[in-house]
Design a binder for this molecule. Structure first.
Ligand SMILES: *[C@@H]1O[C@H](CO)[C@@H](O)[C@H](O)[C@H]1NC(C)=O
Ligand SMILES: *[C@@H]1O[C@H](CO)[C@@H](O)[C@H](O)[C@H]1NC(C)=O
Length: 606
C-alpha cells in the first residue's frame, strides 16, 4: 500500500538544480514563477505517490520546508523552460542526490522535510513519527550513499521515479538473462481428462493480513496518522468510532484474524493447500522493530498452523515484514543491522512445519523456495520484494537479483523436463510501476518461455482485487494470467476478503476463483455476531467466461474497456464493495489506470 512510499520521500526531494537560465527579470514575476514551480513540483510529487486528490500545501509553508533543506536560494535563482518544468521532479530528485553525495545536506533534514510534505498531501495532521522513520532508515541510506559504486543522480532517479519519466539507460537496468533453448511446446490448453471424475484441488488464497495487535475498539479512526484505531493514537475529539470488526482506515484486530481462520476452517472443509502472498505486520511503520515484527510473524503463522493442522501453507514474504520497511539486502551483505537474515531464519524455522528441508535452507538464505505440492505441481514461492523500487539496495546493486531469477529459471527448466506444472506465488504485483526494470523484463521472458507449464501466478501487496494478463515477448499473444489475492485488512476503504481457487487436478489449470467478503459497515452495526461472510463473486460466472485461459482474459480486458457496466462491476469487486470506496467512486483517471494495469506487466513498456 501507499504508506510504504512514505519512505521514498526520504530520497525524492524537492531540491531543484535542473538547469535553466536566470531570467533576472522583474521581481514579482520572478516570485510568481517560483510559486508556480513549487505547485508543479508538488503535483508531480503527489502523482508519483498515486495521490490524486490533495489539498496543496500553502506556498509559504512549502518554502519553509525548502529552507530546511537549504536549497531555497538555488531554487529561486533559477527558472525553468517548459520542457524542464514538465519533469521538474526529475531535476529536483537529481539535485537532492547530488547534494547528499556532496554532504551538503543530511539524510535527517531531507527525510524529515519530505515526510512532512507527504503527510500534508495526505491531509494527515501529525508528523511526530517522521523522526522515527528517518532514524530507522538512516544507517542503510548512509551506507549506500557512501559505498555505492553505481549511485549517480541520474541512475537513482531512474529507479525511484520509474513512473515519472525520468528514465535513463544504465547497465544496472539493462542486463538480460539468457533464456534456455526451446519454447512453449505443449498446447496451452492441455486436454482435460474425460468425464473429469476427480474433484478439483481447492487452494485457499490469503493475502495482506496487517494485524494491528494494539487495535482499540472505540479507538479513534480519524487519528491524524497514516493508520489509526490504535491505543493512544489521536485526539478523542475526533470521535471514538473504531468498530469491533475493523475500520476502513485501520488494520485488523487480532481477534478478527483468529475469527476469520476459524470461519474458513469451519466453512470450507475441502481445502488442500494454502497460498499466502505476504504482509503480516501493520502499517504503523514508524514503530516496527525486529523484535516486534518477529513476534507478530511467529504469532500469525502459529495461528494459521493451529487452524489448519492438516493443510500445508506456502507463504511468501511481504515488504512489511522487513525492518526497515521494504529493505532486502543482497546475499553478500552480512553486516548486522543491514541484512534481513533474522527474518529469513525466522521464516525458515516457522515454515519448516510445511516445507521440506532443502526448501527451508533456501528460505533461510534469501526468503524464496520451491516445493512439489504433489507429484505434478511445483509451487515456486519468490521473495520479489527485492525488486521493489523502494528497496534502497537497488541504488547499490541490481545484479544480485540475478540469483533469484536464475533460481526461477532452474526450477522452471526442471519442472519442464519432469513433465510438471508450475504455480508461482509472490508478494509484489509486477507491472504496477513499483518493480525495477531488469526484474520485470527478465521475469516476463521466463513467463514467455515457460508459459505452457505455468498454470497460475498469485500475488498480493496492492490490497486490490486486480487481474494481470501476460503477453508473449515474442509474438504478443496472451499467454498467462496473474491473480491478486487482495487483502484481509480493509486498509484502506476495502471490505476484507479471502479467495478459494479451484484447480484442475490433472492439468493444474485454474478453473475458477471465488472471492468471499462481507460488508464491514454492517458487521460493525451488528457487532455481537460474527461477520456475515458471503461469496462476493466467482470469476468465471461474473464475467461469463468459458474457461480461465489467457485468451479469455485478454478478451475480458477489451470488454471492460468497451462496456461501462462491466467495468463498474470490475471496480466494485476490485474494492470488494467497501462502502468508503463506493462513496469516493472511480473517476476517469482511476478507470484509465485500472484498465491499463490489467494488461501491463512491464512498467516501462507503456
Ligand atoms: C479446524 O478444523 C479441524 C477439522 O477439520 C479441526 O481439527 C481443528 O481443530 C479446527 N481448527 C480450529 C481452530 O477450529
Ligand atoms: C453495507 O451495510 C450498510 C449498513 O447496513 C449499508 O448502508 C450499505 O449500503 C451496505 N453496503 C453495500 C455495498 O451493500
Amino acid at each position: 500500500m501507499r504508506v510504504e512510499t512514505l519512505l521514498s520521500l526520504l530520497v525524492v526531494c524537492f531540491c531543484v538544480g535542473a538547469g535553466g537560465e536566470d531570467d533576472g527579470g522583474d521581481e514579482d514575476l520572478h516570485r510568481s514563477t517560483f510559486d508556480e514551480q513549487l505547485k508543479t513540483l508538488e503535483k508531480q510529487f503527489a502523482n508519483h505517490l498515486g495521490i490524486h486528490r490533495y489539498r496543496p500545501m500553502e506556498v509559504p509553508k512549502f518554502k519553509d520546508l525548502l529552507d530546511l533543506t537549504g536549497i531555497t536560494q538555488e531554487l529561486q535563482t533559477r527558472t525553468f523552460t517548459n520542457n524542464i518544468q514538465d519533469r521538474i521532479i526529475c531535476g529536483a530528485c537529481q539535485a537532492l542526490i547530488r547534494n547528499l553525495q556532496r554532504n551538503a545536506i543530511t539524510i535527517e533534514v531531507v527525510g524529515t522535510a519530505i515526510c512532512k510534505l507527504y503527510i500534508s498531501l495526505n491531509t494527515w495532521t501529525l508528523n511526530d513519527f517522521c523522526q522515527q522513520v528517518v532514524r530507522v532508515n538512516k544507517p542503510i541510506l548512509e551506507y549506500i550513499v557512501k559505498n555505492s559504486r553505481i549511485l549517480t543522480p541520474e541512475y537513482a532517479c531512474s529507479v525511484l521515479l520509474q513512473n515519472e519519466n525520468c528514465y535513463i539507460h544504465h547497465p544496472s537496468l539493462s542486463w538480460r538473462l539468457e533464456m534456455p533453448e526451446g519454447g512453449p511446446t505443449l498446447p496451452t490448453k492441455p486436454p482435460s481428462p474425460p468425464g473429469d471424475l476427480t474433484r478439483p484441488l481447492k487452494v485457499l488464497h490469503l493475502s495482506d493480513f496487517h494485524v494491528s495487535h494494539d487495535y482499540e475498539v472505540g479507538g479513534i479512526s480519524n487519528c491524524g496518522y497514516p493508520v489509526c484505531c490504535k491505543r493512544g493514537l489521536g485526539n478523542p475529539i475526533k470521535g471514538r468510532d473504531a468498530g469491533p470488526w475493523g475500520d476502513y482506515n485501520c488494520d485488523i484486530p487480532p481477534w478478527f484474524y483468529a475469527n476469520t481462520l476459524n470461519y474458513i476452517n469451519n466453512t470450507h472443509r475441502d481445502i488442500d493447500l494454502i497460498y499466502f502472498t505476504g504482509d503480516i505486520v501493520d502499517h504503523s511503520i514508524w514503530r516496527a522493530s525486529e523484535e516486534e515484527n518477529a513476534r507478530e510473524i511467529a504469532h500469525v503463522f502459529r495461528q494459521l498452523a493451529e487452524s489448519f493442522p492438516n493443510v500445508a501453507v506456502l507463504p511468501a514474504i511481504g515488504n512489511h515484514e522487513s525492518v526497515p520497511l521494504n529493505i532486502f539486502a543482497p546475499p553478500y551483505v552480512t553486516e548486522p543491522g543491514l541484512t534481513q537474515r533474522w527474518l529469513y531464519e525466522l521464516d525458515g524455522d516457522l515454515w519448516s512445519r510445511w516445507i521440506p528441508k532443502e526448501a527451508v535452507a533456501n528460505v533461510r538464505r534469501q526468503g524464496y523456495f520451491s516445493v512439489l505440492a504433489n507429484h505434478k505441481l511445483r509451487v515456486i514461492v519468490l521473495n520479489n520484494n527485492v525488486c521493489y523500487i523502494y528497496n534502497w539496495w537497488l541504488l547499490y546493486d541490481t545484479h544480485f537479483l540475478k540469483e533469484q531469477l536464475e533460481f526461477l529459471k532452474t526450477e522452471l527448466t526442471e519442472a519442464e523436463s519432469h513433465g510438471q506444472f508450475v504455480h508461482i506465488v509472490a508478494h509484489v504485483f509486477p507491472g504496477d510501476k513499483e518493480c525495477i526494470e531488469p526484474w520485470e523484463v527478465n521475469y516476463n521472458s521466463l513467463i514467455t518461455r515457460f508459459s505452457h507449464i505455468i498454470k497460475g501466478q498469485f500475488f498480493g501487496h496492492t490490497h486490490t482485487d486486480g487481474l494481470k494478463v501476460f503477453y508473449s515477448k515474442i509474438d504478443g499473444s496472451p499467454i498467462n494470467v496473474g491473480f491478486n489475492g487482495a487483502s484481509l485488512t480493509p486498509y484502506t476503504k476495502y471490505n476484507p476478503n479471502y479467495k478459494i481457487i479451484s484447480v484442475d487436478p490433472v492439468t493444474f489449470d485454474v478453473l475458477d476463483v471465488e472471492t468471499y467478503s462481507f460488508n464491514l459497515t454492517e458487521a460493525n452495526l451488528y457487532s455481537h455476531r460474527t461477520p456475515l461472510w458471503k461469496r462476493l463473486y466467482s470469476l468465471k460466472e461474473a464475467y461469463d467466461l468459458s474457461d480461465l485461459f489467457p485468451e479469455n482474459f485478454d478478451m475480458l480486458a477489451k470488454r471492460l474497456r468497451e462496456d461501462r457496466h462491466l467495468f463498474d462491476q470490475y471496480w466494485r469487486f476490485y474494492v470488494r464493495e467497501g462502502d468508503a470506496s463506493l462513496r469516493d467512486g472511480c473517476n476517469q483517471d482511476c478507470r484509465e489506470e485500472l484498465l491499463e494495469s490489467i494488461t501491463r506487466t512491464e512498467s516501462l513498456s507503456t
